[in-house]
Design a protein around this ligand. Sequence first.
Ligand code: GLA
Length: 412
Amino acid sequence: MKKFFIAICLVIISGMNADAQGNNYVQDYTKFDGLALTPPMGWNSWNKFACNINEKLIMEIAEVMVSSGMRDAGYEYINLDDCWHGDRDSLGFIHPDPERFPSGMKVLADFIHSKGLRMGLYSDAGSRTCGGRPGSRGYEFQDALTYANWGVDYLKYDWCNTEGLKAEGAYKTMAAALKKAGRPIILSICEWGDDEPWKWGPAVGHLWRTTGDIFNCFDCVEDHGTWKSFGVMQILDRQKGLRQYAGPGRWNDPDMLEVGNGMQENEDRAHFSMWAMIAAPLIAGNDLRAMTKETIGILTNKEVIAVNQDSLGIQGFQYSVKDKLETWFKPLKDGSWAVCFLNRNDSPQEVDFDWAKEAVQDSLSKRDLDNRAGEYTIRNLWTKKASGTTEKRFKATVPSHDVVMLRLIRNI
Ligand code: GLA
């Protein structure tokens, strides 16, 4: 009887404890599953417009995303980067800059959604964003709720002014806040690769920046004094050793595209092709309202996009380098392979590739290029022409700072 009495007391006390804690909600620090099963595609305001954004611009971009054919080619997200923010109100709720976004974010999100697109916003784990606007530190749950109420679909979360914070914990806090808010929102981790986000990022976010910012040059480093930004080739070289971390729902992010922002057409083509080969998010960063037909042609090349968006989700790899001519391979779901010859030289280079003699093996995807003669039909993805089979050696000239990109289609 005494034992029974003690047991009853323990049950009552533990019940009181639960009441004292107010609830028994278990915080979930993981991302929403089932999002970004292929690399996200869209547009972001930063590379071209920096802080100079407003609702008229964003609406025009959304419209051109549709009329240019980009939406139909797969681009989905219209992402506002830094500087959309106004102030927090007396209750701590963030509001958009009232002069630049007088209609408010809900109206803008509704507009973007009405075009069959999705909306992205930007914040920062620290006290202030890189552009000096209010950051989310201490307001994570409130901000996540606000974004969810506005109808936001994608959050780029930056890393300025984060003194004293640990990246993994800070990003987990925002992942938990988004989970609690309940709207499936892609979390784009932007801490520039400093704390090896590829190791902890897959559980927390859907993509993670691997480097500092991109700069619109093919192969240069731009020194801004206290920080540096990197040309396309510089960024590409910094992706070494990371491919095993990528896959459906978790992508290495070598930063947004500079296509259409001032490089030569061949350099833009090489940039876009390599981002496709390494399964990078394809987030355009140019003024879509003022695109040349060459830029549109690059950004909407559906066969190159199909390489990027392939559902196997395997990041391509560098197979060989000779005299600054690189050969890259990417295995694809249907047994095909994408191949890209990248010429980093200042002069044209000859490709002479004997499929029968090469041993292309990928231990990550456990796929080998079957080099029995004639096993694949070759399609050139930029000239959009058939180019024989793998029975014969492949010969081509690759212009300077350009690519020849192929799809080897399995002959069943
Ligand atoms: C950082 C990010 C950029 C951009 C700016 C905005 O530099 O890496 O992509 O978001 O902040 O201030």
